[in-house]
Design a protein around this ligand. Structure first.
Ligand code: TXE
Length: 486
């Protein structure tokens, strides 16, 4: 893509409350992690009372929106999806500037957000139920789905278009009204999405955007008695806090948190394919994906060959400005994340993990948060092999055989995604059944998922019903059982 004035513009991002664009109580800014001299957006920051106004607007709009026809909801979502797809290059550019994903990855994410809205446009027309005979004579029973009410959607920064899309689209499709809070690091992406949604002429209050801190805006949403359901994606620590507060007031809650995803490489694997999966899964998007393959569990007989090939591939990767052609990995999201990643390099070395490659802060033509991809040989007890890092740092664990590899794969408090590279149908099938996760991959990277099927994990990774696909209805609707004497 040619660099245009859009590559440098500073956006003014306002919030959208009760059908009106509003300034905030204060103003914040987001910067380009590829070039910190560039302000991507100046955005309106809400306080508690502005957030409460957005929640009240959503509560007031609910009785009307829940009664709209499925056709109306489908049309609205389809219109939003079409506009996102038509503007995917522009939205991708904004995403790449604000979050630091490479431009092709960012455009692909924008397109995915569009497809998600299109998918849920169809789902709005397919809200079904069940009807059956009662165990009592002449009584009919049916089971129907109804919207939950006001949903609070709290999103992280790492997929600033796709994650909001996979929360907002089903919420609206099933007749709920929305209060959406994007991460402070990516307000312009949230605002750009809200602008498109606002153009779909929803009734005032049906969709609201509030921006600002987690502690003030996020907490207000989580604690409000008017918010019936909460969908959160982010860190484990914040997720725990959301869960405590939500369950104390018995709100419906869905959490997507961290991962420490294993990619098992067996001796019979196509080694080039396995290395591709590792590079893609562990390092692309600077490792800032909850599905990142941060533990590479390799069978002993191919361990050394795998490490040599992976090291070779890492050395050939281009790290740089997210808008530069040919760059494989952009910067990490901010200075804090970079400092945290570098701290992990020290932790790993200090605990005795063997450093194989990378992990240095890099200088480029622009001042950005660049870091070379890092690889360690670790032991299962090392923190670098147990805790989520959320950066371009992965470790290799050696396994004696398949059973040992499976044991290592499951030896984690997390359970989001697990992958295996093998040419054995027997091991592939066994792994699919016995990996303690919500998603499995065979000969594919652990990261990189479809938009029309469920997303989520087990153990410490997730809580509540799955996101995405038609299973999203479990969270965004409430079941009602009706009895009727014929
Ligand atoms: O996450 P937070 P942050 C991990 C990753 C990263 C770390 C911190 O390791 O380094 O988390 O990132 C809102 N009540 N992941 O600070 O704090 C917040 O404003 C209600 C992994 O971004 O969890 C933001 O909108 N809301 C993860 C959202 O919660 C609150 C993706 C997420 O912020 C709140 C992102 C509160 N008290 C980060 N405090 C993954 N695994 O995908 C904050 N928020």
């Amino acid at each position: 893509m040619k660099r245009t004035e859009l590559s440098h513009v500073t956006h003014t991002a306002r919030q959208y409350i009760n059908g009106r664009w509003q300034t905030g109580v204060t103003t914040g800014s987001s910067e380009n992690p590829s070039d910190t001299s560039e302000v991507v957006a100046e955005y309106a920051r809400a306080d508690r009372s502005q957030t409460e106004a957005a929640i009240r607007a959503a509560a007031d709009a609910f009785p009307h929106w829940r009664r709209t026809t499925p056709q109306r909801r489908a049309d609205v979502l389809d219109q939003i999806g079409s506009e996102i797809l038509a503007r995917k290059d522009q939205l991708g550019l904004l995403l790449a500037r604000e979050e630091g994903k490479t431009l092709p990855e960012a455009i692909a994410e924008a397109a995915r957000a569009g497809h998600i809205f299109k998918f849920f446009a169809g789902e709005a027309l397919r809200v079904g139920g069940e009807s059956m005979d009662s165990v009592r004579p002449d009584v009919l029973v049916d089971v129907t789905r109804e919207p939950v009410g006001v949903v609070g959607l709290i999103a992280p920064w790492n997929f600033p278009l796709a994650i909001p899309a996979w929360k907002i689209a089903p919420a609206l499709a099933y007749g709920n009204t929305v209060v959406f809070k994007p991460s402070e690091l990516v307000p312009a992406c949230g605002w750009a999405l809200a602008e498109i949604i606002a153009r779909a002429t929803l009734p005032a209050g049906t969709f609201n955007l509030v921006m600002g801190s987690g502690r003030e805006v996020g907490q207000t949403i989580v604690e409000s008695p008017l918010v019936d359901a909460l969908s959160f994606t982010g860190s484990v620590a914040t997720g725990e806090r959301v869960l405590q507060a939500a369950s104390a007031r018995r709100a419906k809650v869905q959490l997507e948190m961290g991962g420490k995803n294993p990619l098992v490489v067996l001796a019979d694997a196509d080694l080039d394919r396995a290395v591709d999966c590792a590079v893609q899964g562990a390092y692309f998007s600077a490792g800032q994906r909850c599905t990142a393959s941060s533990r590479l569990i390799v069978e002993a007989s191919v361990h050394d060959a795998f490490v040599v090939r992976l090291r070779h591939r890492l050395a050939a990767l281009h790290i740089g400005h997210a808008l530069e052609r040919g760059v494989d990995i952009g910067p990490v999201v901010n200075g804090e994340q970079l400092a945290q990643n570098l701290e992990w390099m020290t932790i790993a070395r200090d605990e005795g993990a063997e450093h194989v490659y990378g992990g240095e802060a890099l200088q480029r033509a622009t001042t950005g948060h660049f870091m070379s991809p890092a690889l360690f040989l670790a032991k299962p007890q090392h923190r670098v092999a147990r805790e989520e890092i959320f950066g371009p740092i992965a470790c290799v664990l050696q396994a004696d055989d398949y059973e040992h590899a499976l044991h290592l794969a499951n030896d984690t408090p997390f359970g989001l995604c697990a992958g295996i590279c093998t040419t054995s149908l027997k091991y592939a099938m066994h792994f699919r059944r016995h990996a303690e996760v919500g998603m499995t991959m065979v000969n594919l990277p652990t990261a990189g998922i479809d938009f029309h099927v469920p997303f989520g994990g087990r153990k410490g990774s997730s809580y509540g019903p799955r996101e995405q696909g038609r299973y999203a209805a479990e969270f965004y609707t409430s079941i009602k059982t009706g009895y009727m004497m014929a």
